[in-house]
Design a protein. Structure first.
Length: 254
């Protein structure tokens, strides 16, 4: 992957958050999410403090509020699932706005919404301040299995390639007067999917041979071997340590 291959979530800026090594940020976000998940759902004030911590990190990274909120729309399926829980989870019924809802279902919906939203927000901050290549190198530094890192890198790298191939095939079909309007056209679409698979497989073989001929040994080259300093680890640990303090307080008061 080239260093210039940036994803849509990434926002280039010169901030202390952007400057942190990727493996420090990945470890910090993972620790933060685990702490949020471990927090008792009854401590509603704790989740408000977590949101303040995420907002502070986003402000330090100069991430606009509108940008962060738009990226949170990815959790809409989880929101829909959470909204159904008060109606389908058995348990003691409570009346809210004239509706008879399940008490355990309401707590479950709150649990999913609060923790899910905070986890997605933390992931958006991470993705907005770290390029894809840096994320993969960070996972490699954290001793993630190299094969998984390679699969992720190729998936990210060639996802756009496959998408472009699909677009060209669609244009070719439409230029010949084809428009899918019903079940009778599924056969053509199935043949197109098969052709796309074969083309992608053949291109993958060509790319692999080209990489091997250029010295590829199965791992990504590490261009920067400088280890993270103690100061950088301290900055990265500020978020999960503050969250841990909130979590422990929540368990104490609950």
């Amino acid at each position: 992957m080239s260093a210039g291959h940036a994803h849509k979530l990434y926002r280039h800026a010169r901030t202390p958050v952007h400057a942190l090594p990727p493996h420090c940020k990945i470890a910090a976000v993972l620790a933060f999410v685990l702490t949020v998940v471990a927090t008792p759902r009854e401590a509603a004030w704790a989740f408000a403090l977590y949101a303040v911590l995420i907002a502070a990190a986003a402000a330090a990274a100069r991430i606009p509020v509108a940008f962060l909120l738009r990226r949170l729309l990815i959790e809409i399926p989880f929101v829909a699932f959470a909204l159904l829980m008060p109606f389908v989870v058995p348990g003691e019924q409570v009346h809210v706005l004239g509706l008879s809802l399940s008490g355990p279902g309401l707590w479950g919906a709150w649990n999913v919404l609060a923790k899910g939203t905070l986890g997605v927000a933390a992931s958006v901050v991470l993705a907005s301040t770290t390029e894809l290549r840096s994320l993969l190198l960070g996972l490699q530094r954290l001793r993630m299995p190299p094969l998984l890192v390679q699969i992720a890198s190729f998936m990210i790298r060639y996802g756009d390639v496959v998408t472009d191939e699909m677009r060209r095939m669609r244009i070719a079909r439409e230029s010949r007067g084809f428009t899918a309007r019903g079940v009778r056209h599924w056969g053509v679409l199935a043949k197109s999917a098969g052709a796309l698979f074969i083309r992608s497989y053949e291109r993958g073989e060509r790319v692999h041979l080209a990489m091997v001929s250029r010295g590829y040994t199965g791992t990504m080259p590490v261009t920067d071997d400088t280890p993270a300093t103690r100061t950088q680890w301290t900055y990265a640990a500020a978020l999960p340590l503050a969250a841990l303090a909130v979590c422990l307080t929540g368990w104490t008061l609950t």
